[in-house]
Design a protein around this ligand. Structure first.
Ligand code: PGA
Length: 251
């Protein structure tokens, strides 16, 4: 079975003064039983990579362009992230889908660009509150999954993060049963498309208001292979207990 994954998404937070938080996390988990990934702002990647040499904490970007290079002012390519020290990149976060009008087709192209640059893609999807209230959760998520994951997806290059939009940064989380329903659905859909080996190997993270106090309950849900954590990943003090809870769940 694939190792579980605790991933932190710093979003547009953190300046150079925050680098010691990543180091502190690495120091607190020198030999973790789970994979660790921090996705800081791109300005911190190279500096963090220098400090993390030999540690168990991997680094990731938060977005990349679908093309390898070109006239795209303000954008960054997957290979640039790789050169700066990233091993992964988040694509299709709901804040990108909403604020930058990103379609699942574009997210798929970005994931493909990540793969071509040797990065693993953490592909995010999730329903809005209106979609859940309207009983459309699985239909929305199924469509996002089908369109966002490249055909060449494998357990090594692809991670899926289920992040209900209404749970992100709100302190609200779905019930364990609701998370379990979506993760079982995602697992079934991946297995049907990619076959049992790859379908099982692609890790399924839950994201949206994960914190130390709810982590153990969420990690006990079937088919939850880890978490994508926003606010509670910004300090080692907040993130470390989540890592420990995931290690406990990994047994
Ligand atoms: P949150 O964000 O943990 O602050 O809710 C999660 C995310 O958006 O990835």
């Amino acid at each position: 079975m694939a190792r579980k994954l605790a991933a932190g998404n710093w979003k547009m937070n953190g300046t150079l003064s925050a680098l010691p938080e990543i180091e502190a996390l690495a120091d607190a988990h020198p030999d973790p039983a789970v994979d660790l990934l921090i996705c800081p702002p791109v300005t911190l990647l190279a500096g963090a990579a220098g400090r993390l040499k030999g540690s168990a904490v991997a680094l990731g970007g938060q977005d990349c362009h679908a093309e390898a290079a070109g006239a795209h002012t303000g954008d960054i390519s997957a290979s640039m992230l790789a050169e700066a020290g990233a091993a992964a990149v988040i694509v299709g976060h709901s804040e990108r889908r909403e604020n930058h009008n990103e379609s699942s087709e574009l997210v798929c192209a970005k994931a493909q660009a990540a793969h071509e640059a040797g990065l693993s893609a953490v592909i995010c999807l999730g329903e809005t509150e209106a979609e859940r209230d309207g009983g459309r959760t699985l239909a929305v998520i199924g469509r996002q999954l089908d369109l966002s994951v490249p055909a060449a997806g494998t357990g090594a290059n692809t991670v899926i993060a289920y992040e209900p939009v209404w749970a992100i940064g709100t302190g609200r989380t779905p019930t364990a049963a609701q998370i379990g329903e979506v993760h079982a659905f995602l697992r079934g859909r991946l297995t049907a498309r990619f076959g049992p080996a790859t379908g099982q190997a692609i890790r399924l993270l839950y994201g949206g208001s994960v914190k130390a106090s709810n982590a153990a309950e969420i990690f006990a849900v079937a088919e939850v292979d880890g978490a994508l954590v926003g606010g509670a990943s910004l300090t080692a003090a907040a993130f470390s207990p989540i890592v420990t809870a995931l290690e406990a769940a990994a047994g």
